[in-house]
Design a protein around this ligand. Structure first.
Ligand SMILES: NC(=O)CC[C@H](N)C(=O)O
Length: 356
């Protein structure tokens, strides 16, 4: 069955349908250069309302496993591939990528020259696009799920015991490996939605706050910025990706939309405090304006080596910091994992009265 990918600039790519064959969809067309980790990528809530193009030419060859999902559902609207593997080899695989997409009701298109498509996205920037069963003019296209719906589905959980580290995680669309990474290090994690007030969070007696990743434009979360300002006055705080952008906005810095973003698992980031370079997992379309940080109490702590975008911030003399990349990986390298240990060290020092 044929499928049509129509870009906002008028370009049309014709390929073969896969996944939920008949489903038609609209979304923001982005690309990821990750060579592995398609299951984690597709279930990362930050990809909500986005059509993901995989630049790697063969996707799906190790199937789908029971423990790789980053949220209960496939978050991406659709998938664009050069080739989807028809034969799957992995001892943990329980189904093929094609069946996974079909069960999730997510359409895909294969047989696409993803190199050509990516060059177009790099030149024009991320664009709206649609995936239809007929050339666009003849099709009946439905709209997609809103970002709000994703965030409202977040749940509250309560700590099981009295471990000293109790992280209240504000869920803007969290990846499960952020929660797992904290729990593996012994933290209790309570998840709250961004509707929580400072008082709601205070009543949970946190030892630290984590602002999660999430989809969409950080400027849409203006209502939560006053809560962040209060939180950073009282608790150790760690922001990841969207959480990093929100920490910046809450302190008066600006964010902007990048031309085509960073989506991949080999982005080099230089730590300006240690001169160390880490290879990081990234997925973002917005960034913090480095120059705008100068007029805030924050300090830029890291830059992406290729384009010098802001990758890290801290609030000097406070246990408050953030990164634009994903220390929890899933997918990607684990080099930055130690940031969770650093967060725990900051919480412990704060609990012991060693920091403000
Ligand atoms: N992974 C994320 O948290 C992404 C943050 C934000 N939605 C962006 O695209 O920049």
């Amino acid at each position: 069955m044929k499928k049509y990918l129509t870009l906002e600039n008028g370009d049309v790519f014709v390929g073969n349908a896969c996944g939920a064959l008949c489903k038609e969809i609209k979304g923001e067309l982005v690309f990821t250069t990750s060579m592995t980790g398609y299951q984690e990528t597709l279930t990362d809530p930050s990809y909500t309302n986005q059509i993901i193009t995989f630049t790697y030419p063969l996707i799906g060859n190790y199937g789908i496993s029971l423990n790789a999902n980053q949220s209960p559902a496939v978050a991406a609207s659709a998938v664009v591939m050069h080739e989807i593997a028809s034969t799957v080899f992995h001892y943990q695989s329980v189904m093929s990528l094609n069946d996974f997409l079909d069960k999730a009701g997510v359409p895909g298109i294969t047989g696409i020259d993803t190199r050509k498509l990516t060059k177009i996205i790099r030149k024009h920037g991320t664009m709206k696009a649609s995936l239809t069963n007929q050339p666009l003019a003849d099709s009946q296209l439905n709209t997609t799920q809103s970002v709000e719906q994703v965030v409202k589905s977040a749940t509250f959980t309560t700590p099981q015991d009295e471990h000293p580290d109790h992280v209240v995680l504000v869920d803007f669309g969290v990846k499960s490996n952020i929660v797992n990474s904290l729990q593996k290090l012994g933290c209790n994690v309570t998840i709250v939605t961004p509707e929580a007030s400072f008082k709601d969070i205070e009543q949970l007696h946190p030892t630290g706050i984590l602002l999660s990743n999430g989809p969409g434009d950080p400027e849409d979360w203006e209502s939560f910025l006053p809560v962040i300002r209060e939180l950073q006055d009282h608790y150790p705080l760690f922001g990841i990706c969207l959480g990093h952008q929100l920490l910046a906005l809450a302190n008066g810095a600006r964010t902007y939309k990048m031309v085509f973003g960073h989506r991949g698992i080999n982005h080099p980031v230089k730590n300006l405090l240690t001169n160390e370079v880490v290879i990081t997992s990234q997925n973002h379309g917005y960034a913090v304006d480095v120059d705008s940080v100068k007029d805030t109490p924050l300090e830029v702590t890291a830059l992406e080596i290729n384009d010098k975008t802001c990758e890290g911030l801290r609030y000097p003399n406070r246990p408050v910091f953030s990164v634009q990349y994903h220390p929890e990986a899933a997918p990607g390298p684990h080099e930055a994992n130690r940031l969770f240990n650093q967060f725990i060290d900051l919480m412990n020092a704060h609990t012991n009265g060693e920091t403000k």
